[in-house]
Ligand binder design. Sequence first.
Ligand SMILES: Cc1cc2nc3c(=O)[nH]c(=O)nc-3n(C[C@H](O)[C@H](O)[C@H](O)COP(=O)(O)OP(=O)(O)OC[C@H]3O[C@@H](n4cnc5c(N)ncnc54)[C@H](O)[C@@H]3O)c2cc1C
Length: 403
Amino acid sequence: MASETQRNIVIIGGGIIGSCSAYYLTRHPSYDPALHKITLIEASEIAGGASGKAGGLLALWAYPSSIVPLSYKLHAELAKEHNGKDNWGYREVNCGQLIVKGQVIDKKSNADDASVSLQKRDAAAIGKLRAAGIPAGLDWVLSDGIRGYESMSGPGETAQVHPYQFTTSIAKLAEEKGVNIILGKVTRINQEAGAVQSVTFTDKASGEAHTVPATDVIVSAGPWTKRIIPSAPITATRAHSVVIRPTRPVSAYTLFTNIELPSKHNPKRSTVETPEIYARPDTTVYACGDGDRAVPLPETSADVEVDPKRCQDIIDSVGSISDELRLGEVVKQQACYLPNVDARGGGGPLIGHSGTKGLYVATGHTCWGIQNAPGTGKLISEFVFEGGARSAKIAALDPQRFM
Ligand SMILES: Cc1cc2nc3c(=O)[nH]c(=O)nc-3n(C[C@H](O)[C@H](O)[C@H](O)COP(=O)(O)OP(=O)(O)OC[C@H]3O[C@@H](n4cnc5c(N)ncnc54)[C@H](O)[C@@H]3O)c2cc1C
């Protein structure tokens, strides 16, 4: 059997997909550290890209349905086995869609007036929230301007993790079982007679080029995948996000919003903002805005350009529906690139054999890579050690259909 021979397995990319692949390879029954050398090569830092800057929602109604239930279940198992509650903020979370007319209030005028947000919680305000169908626990959105609320979570259907904490913890757990993590940028996958032979990278610290032998290579470079495999139909969309420490801890909700606000360019007109808002167990609140293609994908995650105006738009829009957020402290303003699949009819992610012997692809997870990472990692471990996917039927995600 192939797994009884010496293998040099190289994973390219230390985002959530590469880290989960490393983890599940070390948990596969055929993994033998005496025979199987696993190396993960990451260009800048573990979880330095979208995997450390995403929202972190897990949902049974996410896509694609071929891997969502597997991955959702694996998230719960990982949390149980490794105390995900404390280590990466795993918990079940409420989720809903909120349609609202935002309130434009000068931040400074209320900054020192502690009674403002308390005043909003009078009986009339609470009555308005109830009338709009807002759950009793969601008491940190303003009652004025609410047009509707719809729950998106049945019991056990939605959960969350802190993506940066999850990814770095999983990478560490893989490292503890023998994975060698190297910081360096892969420049080439060397092939001979239709099979991978080795991987060349530039070491981050020394700037020197090194080549490591490889029997198996997993490309999990997210939005950078096309720079390693030019035929991979992966594009990159930039997205900004912020982290706010609210004036008081807020309840466990993730909100997809639709907020009508006066246009900044022409106050007589209105515009609709759609930030996603995620309350986190560490008492912060994360919010992200729409994507843009204004700045092309840079060389590495460390070179991503953050546009302060786009962050301010997110801060203003979420502040317009919550005093707790408007008067809170902004602790992070950041941006990252989402890996999209540019194929007819969309689809993806791409998980499996590339067509070249020993070359596997795990990429193109669009906006559900946090949710789908454990399932992807487990399936990749099955491709490498068993020759094919066992835990889910994923013929539709076969990279050879896309490349
Ligand atoms: C604003 C936002 C919110 C999101 N919210 C959610 C959510 O709530 N739930 C959810 O499920 N998903 C969410 N996502 C999607 C999720 O973040 C991504 O699908 C996921 O992080 C992709 O992971 P990845 O490992 O493929 O890519 P990345 O995180 O980009 O990792 C790729 C890694 O490869 C490295 N790399 C690239 N080139 C090389 C090279 N040549 N050599 C070595 N290393 C290299 C990079 O440095 C990087 O670390 C969100 C995304 C965004 C942008």
